[in-house]
Design a protein around this ligand. Structure first.
Ligand code: M6R
Length: 620
């Protein structure tokens, strides 16, 4: 969702902000802008549309300076217009801000400010904050010693934040406090980059990569004051904070496209490596188990667990469904998979023997964070399976497992899904070996897991045939995705991939459920994608394929090489390597990712930045 970047130092700030905004584009946005403090005045350039359009504007109307803030906006309050784009100026230009999040009481604040004579130029909740800050700054200036503009600016921020209800990550520049950026957060992430005589601030680390490796993750209720040569952080209630500087592991190549035309394709092809990374150091072949440090629970505590709750959104929720099957099969632990957006408002029975895991690529999804906080508030240890190191969920969880998949930039999640499934397999193996899973079974699972990077490499060989099949089917407007057992979540994930990047209506279903409703949709114009590799239940799924064919529905099958039975029925077959049933989600996800990618391209869609979507959904 919205992205923030800010800089104070010695570099030409417009270029730096524009580059930062380009790097934040993947988060999803519809307009962009920058504000630069130049010659003791604030200059704003902003417009609805892409960052490249903003860059063209800045080229025709350049702005020089070394302090500035920038923003990519994903509309919440008010349409996609130049006026609603950030930054927003407060009062008579005393302050300018960029903001992520949602101010829930903006309506009443707007009324109060209008009564005081403030004029609004946008429909955003952010402009309310800008005017409030300006108002408060003018008040504070009268109160502070020697009309100290820096002290007044900080006090104005502190006073303004007490009046806001909702979530925010804010960066502010004050016209008269010329060498300062003030940043504050509550619910929306901000990370500070520490350089030599320069500081950066951003919603995530991507704008910082290549400039600094030293970062400080701002926590909720913290306010950071950045000057060229120093930084101070205060907590709104507990006072001064000693910043904890951490090392950023990302390198420039992680966020570059290289030879790939899109991040999505790059990330699909990274999967042999990312699965290897998820497994690295986590398999104990001797003992036939997994090695999972970081859960921060003793073996005794882990053995006493009698139930698991997995909570997540979107693709991560689909990975959770695979996790449910794995944990129940290997560890015999009753497992539920909860939509985080539901769990946060429900009150399911969770006892001290329930293990709660939040699954999230970004570690910033608002609903997942809220569900995790709700569980923690009730006193349950809550762990995370997360990709982004230093993200809010990773930091707040009581322990967890990192994916080590590297930055995922394509909005459609691909490598994170297969890494999540890999990590959940390790978890099931680990908890299983503490319980009923036998030594030979554990050893076999270790062996099979070790082969996965190679199997994924093999699965990627279907690319050319998927491309041809995509050409045949790209014109259809409705799809069914069907699979059973471990392949049911894969069907859901395949349908989600197609929906989000091609804007085609697609439904994922357990194949046998089809007869209870969705079969009514089947006709010559509704292809069904069957995920039907060899498995115990395959004959049943093949019967479902027959049922679709009998109704003239086109059938695309994901199947194992040489499967004559499937070939006989399906119109088109995409082959995946044969693996154990519990590992089929990993190989079967690959052709479905590629299929959605090519269908989207053929329909002229922007695969990396699909309409209306954001990479990390930081609002409720
Ligand atoms: O970062 P998270 O894993 O918490 O994100 C959850 C969903 O928003 C995400 O998986 C979304 O569904 C993706 N766009 C799917 O490709």
């Amino acid at each position: 969702m919205c992205g923030i970047v800010g800089y104070i130092g010695f570099r030409s700030v417009s270029d730096l902000l524009l580059e930062g905004l380009h790097r934040l584009e993947y988060r999803g946005y519809d307009s962009a802008g920058i504000a630069v403090l130049a010659d003791e005045s604030i200059v704003v350039r902003k417009r609805a549309g892409r960052v490249s359009e903003l860059a063209a504007l800045v080229q025709t109307q350049p702005v020089e300076g070394t302090i500035g803030i920038g923003h990519t906006r994903w509309a919440t309050h008010g349409g996609t217009t130049d006026e609603n784009s950030h930054p927003h100026v407060g009062g008579n230009g005393e302050v300018v801000i960029v903001h992520n999040g949602v101010i829930e009481n903006y309506d009443s604040l707007r009324e109060q400010l209008t009564a005081l004579g403030y004029v609004f130029h946008s429909q955003t909740d952010t402009e309310v904050v800008a005017h409030l800050l300006a108002h408060s700054y003018i008040e504070q200036l009268k109160l502070v010693e020697n009309s100290d503009t820096h002290a007044a600016a900080l006090k104005a921020v502190e006073a303004t934040l007490t009046r806001l209800k909702g979530t925010y990550g804010i960066c502010a520049l004050f016209r008269d406090a010329t060498d300062t950026i003030i940043a504050a957060r509550s619910g929306s992430p901000l990370v500070i980059g520490v350089g030599r005589d320069e500081y950066f601030v951003a919603s995530d680390a991507s704008p910082l990569v290549g400039y600094t490796q030293e970062v400080v993750y701002l926590a909720d209720s913290e306010i950071a004051v950045l000057r060229r040569d120093n930084m101070s952080i205060t907590h709104r209630t507990s006072g001064s904070v000693q910043p904890s500087i951490q090392t950023l592991e990302q390198v420039s190549s992680d966020i570059e496209l290289g030879d790939f035309p899109h991040y999505m394709l790059k990330e699909i092809y990274e999967q042999p490596k990312t699965i290897e990374n998820a497994l690295r150091g986590r398999l104990d072949d001797e003992e036939g188990t997994a090695v999972i440090g970081g859960l921060n629970l003793t073996p005794q505590q882990l053995r006493s667990i009698d139930r698991v709750v997995l909570t997540a959104c979107g693709t991560s929720w689909h990975a959770g469904l695979v996790g449910e099957y794995l944990l129940e099969e290997f560890a015999r632990l009753p497992t539920e998979v909860e939509y985080a957006s539901e769990l946060r408002y429900r009150n399911p029975p969770i006892t001290e023997r329930t293990l709660v895991f939040a699954i999230t690529q970004s570690g910033e999804t608002a609903d997942t964070l809220a569900a995790m906080r709700e569980c923690r508030r009730k006193g349950h240890p809550t762990l995370a399976i997360c990709n982004v190191v230093g993200s809010t969920i990773a930091r707040e969880a009581d322990g967890g497992i990192y994916l080590h998949a590297g930055p995922e930039i394509g909005v459609a999640s691909t490598k994170a899904f297969t890494s999540q499934v890999t990590v959940l397999t390790l978890l099931a193996l680990y908890l299983g070996r503490m319980r009923h899973l036998s030594y030979p079974a554990g050893k076999r699972i270790c062996r099979e897991l070790r082969q996965m990077p190679e199997k994924i490499e093999e699965a990627l060989k279907c690319h050319d045939s998927v491309k041809e099949i995509a050409e045949k089917y790209a014109g259809f407007d409705n799809y069914l995705y069907l699979g059973r057992l471990y392949n049911f979540p894969v069907a859901l994930e395949g349908a989600l991939k197609l929906k989000e990047i091609s804007y085609i209506h697609a439904e994922g279903y357990p194949a046998a459920e089809m007869k209870h409703g969705p079969i009514a949709l089947v006709d010559e114009r509704t292809p069904s994608v069957f995920v039907v590799p060899r498995c115990g239940i395959q004959p049943k799924v093949i019967s479902n394929m027959e049922e679709v064919k009998a109704r003239k529905g086109p059938v695309i099958a994901i199947a194992c090489e040489g499967d004559r039975e499937v070939e006989r029925i399906a119109d088109d077959v995409i082959y995946v390597p044969e693996v154990a049933e519990y590992l089929q989600p990993l190989v079967c996800a690959i052709p479905l990712q590629l299929l959605s990618y090519h269908v989207a391209l053929l329909r002229g869609c922007n695969v990396d930045r699909p309409r209306n979507l954001a990479k990390s959904v930081t609002v409720e």
